[in-house]
Design a protein around this ligand. Structure first.
Ligand SMILES: [Zn+2]
Length: 309
């Protein structure tokens, strides 16, 4: 695909960056005084507005005696934040206005995004700092535990646990990133909450975050919104996790582990998967999640989702 240049504004200086040719979208990238890097995309055909933020903070930053705390902080950002001066939970507010939220925690970063109808986008950008209210915090601890309980028998979760369990004790992989009642049991909820707030305030700062905004407004209008709602972020950046030098083997040579799938047991008699397998037509079955109007999603279900024997 052809490329053409666009200007990146960094304070008073401009830099060239590339973006795809043949699109009627207009792009602009700015860096605020607090070092928050922002990509603004004006898309005249956008039916709603969206924002996505990545934060350089993840499970590797968990205190070793509070494993899963980063994941809990991720939950608190959307489930423990309010809007309208405390009138509504952020997640409920977005849901009430035809939108959706998504968040994920990875070892070295977190991602947050939401989509909402244009008329309520500005209000959604007014999201407050998570309250870290102790009762909400305890509620999210329960949510996290149930999340783990309902996912722990999935083959991917079990592989992750095996991966962590068998890596050397002093290696960053040797940790439990999900978080559950057991991993939090060494501390009172109040102590966990205080630590979560401290971590949030020191890592959710301009220099550690990158933001993308998409809307049908002109880029200059989107830029004004960002300046209004994100200029008050602190700039200071705390030192994040740094992957240490590690020269030893991750696993012992010649040792193999067998992890029998439990998922076949869940795809029991009466299911579509069971039926296809009984005919020896497939060996596995996946159901990709995507936008329901996206032709790739339909193709994925009709073809790509099956592995034929
Ligand atoms: Zn979660």
């Amino acid at each position: 695909m052809g490329q053409f240049k666009m200007k990146l504004k960094l304070k008073c200086e401009t830099y060239d960056i590339n973006h795809p040719d043949g699109s009627d979208k207009v792009y602009k990238s700015i860096v605020l005084h607090n070092k928050l890097t922002v990509l603004l995309i004006s898309d005249p055909s956008a039916a709603s507005n969206s924002a996505a933020m990545s934060v350089k903070f993840g499970s590797f930053d968990d205190p070793s005696d509070m494993q899963g705390l980063a994941h809990l902080i991720e939950h608190m950002v959307f489930s423990g934040s309010t809007i309208d001066g405390g009138e509504n939970d952020f997640k409920d507010f977005v849901g009430m206005h035809g939108g959706d939220v998504f968040a994920n925690t990875e070892p070295e970063y977190m991602g947050f995004s939401f989509t909402i109808v244009k008329d309520h986008f500005k209000a959604a950008l007014e999201i407050d700092e998570p309250l870290m209210d102790i009762e909400r915090f305890k509620k999210e601890m329960k949510t996290l535990n149930s999340e783990f309980e309902s996912n722990k028998y999935k083959d991917t979760s079990r592989m992750e646990q095996l991966f962590s369990h068998t890596s050397p004790e002093n290696h960053p992989f040797n940790r439990f990133t999900w978080g559950n009642n057991q991993s939090f049991s060494g501390h009172e909820p109040q102590a966990l909450r205080d630590c979560a707030l401290k971590l949030f305030r020191s890592h959710f700062v301009g220099a550690s975050m990158k933001l993308v905004i998409i809307g049908s407004e002109a880029v200059d209008e989107l830029e004004d919104l960002v300046i209004v709602y994100f200029s008050n972020l602190k700039r200071w950046r705390k030192t994040n996790f740094v992957f240490p030098e590690y020269n030893d083997r991750l696993w012992k040579h010649g040792v193999s582990y067998t992890l029998e799938s439990l998922e076949d047991a869940q795809k029991s008699e009466g299911s579509l998967c069971f039926f296809f397998k009984s005919k020896h037509w497939i060996t596995s079955f996946t159901a990709p999640v995507g936008h329901r109007y996206d032709p790739c999603w339909i193709g994925g279900n009709l073809g790509g989702g099956y592995s034929f024997a």
